[in-house]
Design a protein around this ligand. Sequence first.
Ligand code: GH3
Ligand code: MG
Ligand code: MG
Ligand code: MG
Length: 299
Amino acid sequence: MIKRARILIVDDEPGNIEFIARTLADAYEVQFATGGAMALELASQEPPSLILLDVMMPGVDGYQVLDQLKQLSQCRDVPVIFITGHDDMGNETRGLEAGAVDFISKPANPAVVRARVKTHLTLKAQSDQLRSQVFIDSLTGLANRRRFDECLALEWLHCQRYRWPLTLLFIDIDHFKLYNDYYGHVAGDACLAKVAEAIGGQFGRPHDVVARYGGEEFVCLLPECDMNKVRDKAHQLCDAVSELRIPHETSLTAPVVTISIGMATLTPGEDANDPEALTSLADQNLYLAKSQGRNRLCD
Ligand code: GH3
Ligand code: MG
Ligand code: MG
Ligand code: MG
């Protein structure tokens, strides 16, 4: 069954909530909050599909809620429609500038509420789909290079701010040209997908970024991590890939597909000022792993 969209209605007047909830309850799952703080708590726990947000509320008002939502990575992209009374109609520009997608004025017309909610849910679904096409590698389902570059720049700044170490793994399939030459490109693609799955299985914490960097190269970007743990997990990944037992008769390393990993950890702002320092260190260590016989980790 397709999951119904969940709409969070925020208003300090229970009567207004009830009115809008009745309008939407047939088509959507409806959730409500009677104040800004409660809205933020609910939204951050499990981001809704869309938020209908009253502007004028005692305590935390609509603008403050929107402002804080934009600072939460899991809520940043949730469409917010402001519901405004006559007294705050003049503030439409302010709301749109703050990132609301639309305005509905009170008293709200049920048909208009339904139509606008539907429109914005459709737009959001379309933009999510486009986004996934732009940022996902279609062969492996992992993030692509574009997405990785974006994440690296963001994580670098984030870790710089908190003086946290950032770890990067460069992973490269051994003698993959020989694999393609012997088994063909289609088998090569299937092999890439299997190795990608093993990498994603090993590094799947919510903040880990696992991407296909290009060709037969993958990267894992691991913020806030314990280096010893990562080293253990990277060793396990090497074992896990060779234990997939994908035959590679022409490999000069082993009769099965293996990977080499270069690992680097730097504290942004302390050890270096540019993320390129991290990629070049990981790349150097990958080169070492290759020259020391492949199917291994170097750090
Ligand atoms: P090394 O152990 O030193 O990494 O050797 P290698 O042969 O893996 O490295 P090299 O860079 O010489 O070759 C990489 C090969 O990966 C070349 C190409 O045939 C293959 N390749 C790159 N992208 C794809 C792809 O999308 N699909 C398939 N099937 N093969 C790919
Ligand atoms: Mg109000
Ligand atoms: Mg390579
Ligand atoms: Mg290779």
